[in-house]
Design a protein around this ligand. Structure first.
Ligand code: ADE
Length: 252
């Protein structure tokens, strides 16, 4: 029952890779897949690459060539929901593509021929991820927040919006949020891959769960200190949460 752990960022993946026993490197479709065991569980680590198409390809290869039975995603995102601040974590309940618009042929945001705009994450896997985030982030302690003057992280569960756009303009972010809200969707965070992974997992019937650490508020400061944030906050968070997730799944 191989678990895929997809990361958006190399720095984030590095910490996870160190946990693998007997890591084997396999190249497919221009991507590097790391196969190994983590606390006795078969896992495959891979970088999603950036954007929806690249993430969809990565997911398809995971299912077709590595026969993974569940997919976990970790990465960073811009916070767009009220009260979703830098350093918080959003566990995805569902995904939507904020840049999909086939109106007037189909309702705005609806994925043509699927009859739906959102793809739900697997409730069981997501509940495990939420618990792992609560336990794992209690353990990483105050060190990271204090060093970056962040408040203690809150863990949210909700909708994440994906699109092929790095959002770094508050006007763009608020218009996106208002348009989604007008169609009945309340996004908490914005990123560039999750909805594509969710759709491919839906197609194959593979359970999917995702967490994103909020690196910015999708405003003009969105690109500042991005790598410092990833190294000092997002990477340790991902390691703490995924370690806890693996522990919960293996019953230890
Ligand atoms: N990933 C992290 N921050 C983001 C943002 N502001 N827009 C899109 N993807 C992101």
């Amino acid at each position: 029952m191989t678990l895929a752990i997809m990361s958006a960022l190399l720095d984030e993946q590095r910490g996870l890779l160190e946990q693998l026993t007997n890591p084997q490197r396999v190249r497919r479709a221009g991507r590097t897949f790391w196969c190994g065991q983590w606390v006795g569980q078969e896992v495959v680590l891979v970088l999603s690459k950036v954007g929806k198409v690249a993430a969809a390809t990565t997911t398809t290869v995971l299912v077709e060539a590595f026969d993974v039975k569940s997919v976990l995603f970790t990465g960073v995102a811009g916070g767009v929901g009220a009260g979703v601040k830098v350093g918080d974590v959003v566990v995805a309940e569902a995904f939507i593509q904020h840049d999909l618009n086939s109106a007037p042929l189909f309702p705005r945001y609806e994925v043509p021929l699927y009859g739906r705009a959102t793809f739900d994450c697997d409730p069981v896997l997501s509940a495990q991820l939420l618990e792992a985030a609560q336990l794992g982030l209690a353990n990483v302690g105050d060190h990271f927040h204090r060093s970056l003057l962040l408040e203690a992280p809150r863990i949210h569960l909700g909708l994440i919006a994906s699109g092929d756009q790095f959002v770094c303009d508050p006007a763009v972010a608020s218009l996106m949020r208002a348009d989604l809200q007008a169609a009945g969707h309340e996004p908490m965070a914005v990123e560039m891959e999750g909805a594509a992974v969710a759709q491919v997992c839906h197609d194959y019937g593979v359970p999917f769960a995702a967490m994103r650490t909020i690196s910015d508020r999708a405003d003009v400061q969105a690109h500042l200190d991005f790598s410092a944030f990833v190294n000092q906050v997002a990477s340790p968070y991902a390691l703490a949460v995924v370690s806890q997730f693996i522990k919960l799944r293996s019953g230890r």
